[in-house]
Write a protein that binds this ligand. Sequence first.
Ligand code: NAP
Length: 530
Amino acid sequence: MKSLDLLIVGAGFGGLYMLHKARSMGLDALAIEAAPGVGGTWYHNRYPGARVDIQSMEYSYSFDEALQQEWRWRERYAPQPELLRYANHVADRFGLRDGIALNTRMRGARFDEPTRRWQVQAEDGRQWSARFLVMASGPLSAPNRPDFPGLQDFEGPVLHTADWPHEPVDFSGLRVAVVGTGSSAVQAIPLIARQAKELTVFQRTAAYAAPAHNGPLDPAFEAGIKADYAAFRARNRRMHGGFGSALPPNPVSALAVSAAEREAAFEARWQVGGFALLGAFNDLLLKLDANAHAAEFVRAKIRGTVHDAATARLLSPTHTLGCKRLCVDTGYYATFNLPHVRLVDVSQAPIERFTAHGLRSGGRDHGFDALVLATGFDAMTGTMLRLDLRGRGGLRIQDKWRAGPLNYLGLGIAGFPNLFNIAGPGSTAAFTNVIVAIEQHVDWIADCIGHMGRAGKATVEPTEAAEAAWTEVVNAAARRTVFLSCNSWYLGANIPGKPRMFMPLADGFPRYADHCAHVARQGYEGFVLQ
Ligand code: NAP
């Protein structure tokens, strides 16, 4: 069994940077990756229209000045193929390939108390012994495939947005069905509609989508940022979500201005596009009555775009804006004006069953030739809970997390010494430009490992008290927002039977990062180092 300092699970953006960082510290590290290539999310989510919803100049690594200067993004919001090229460029540029075992799916890992090492097994039987285990397996990496009755009877192809084929998919001449209307569906639907003979969209909850206004990246804008990229990154790291310093949130309440001023502020942000709308006022994600104004603004946009009044009504969300992640779109609502695109509401009459040639819902049969499941992920915990992961005393992660993903700072789990989690529950990653979140996590983990080496410590593990207090921090932060007012993947509400616990920290990245740094300065307060 090969012995390592560090085993990293995943070679997406988290795993790649962790590997680079560990090697730069002289550690013997290996990243294992289930896919045949690097890139994680951007390897798997190849559905038509897949692109990032944070601007390219921000959704990229900041750890290396030469890298950020030399890489050139083509579009304001990078599409999936370009992001995948970037991940591959990083793997090559930093010579990471020989530290990555591709086609290697983790089966499980067991903490061996006598040796204080993790014994890690792959599905194919290979094993490693590692002092540290870093989970860089991603918060949105376990596709959710609802247990629809009769799905196996459907005779056409069944695709999932998060597990899209590598060969080109051609929907020409086909009647296509899409189930789901979250961020993935909202990006895919306009492009599928261009090809398909007929498109039927099965919607359980209507989506709020703000326009991306995507386009070629302006070279002058790029040059302006590159003139002092470090300062631009530093400004973004002080923003609530780790991005968007070019247009900071308006520090005014939506309830403190006139209706006309509100409308003007929403419209100005709508013209900027993407998440800018959520920063039109400082309380849109904190107060339901402030939020209601923004929600109505978007509904008016939908009514102004969609010609058929009944379809517009159905497309208009009634839940709190931003409570489920705001979608960023290109032509989503307008797609429903096309004569061959139909919207079917499955909120009242859920999908009853699939048949050989379609599905039955609300007592009606809907026929189609190909099915796209845009049904999302078992988010934040799904990937880890599918593993046979056992900590101290054989404690299974499934038992530890029976009532929800207990953790400290999102980084450590009591009972699982020397295991670190990147961008998981308990951290702000889901509300942050995730590359900013990843860099902060990796740097913190590397500092902790460095500290242990200098202090001659073998293990680091949070106390149960620190973990319980942190759970309360996460819960309290959620209670101060509007995020508890709807069913979202943040709450585990999209997966039947999953415990309801608000998983990400809604406290803002700067405050969280400062707190993690404080914990480290205090000699890793809340952790036991032995
Ligand atoms: P999602 O937001 O969870 O959306 C899944 C959709 O499937 C929802 O509309 C959901 O309805 C529906 N659904 C699930 N089970 C269903 C069932 N049994 N019957 C009918 N409908 C069902 O998943 P996603 O669109 O893949 O996005 C997940 C997250 O990934 C996003 O929130 C975002 O963080 C990230 N993402 C980002 C981008 C981007 O723009 N860069 C693109 C894609 C994804 P309900 O709402 O009623 O549950």
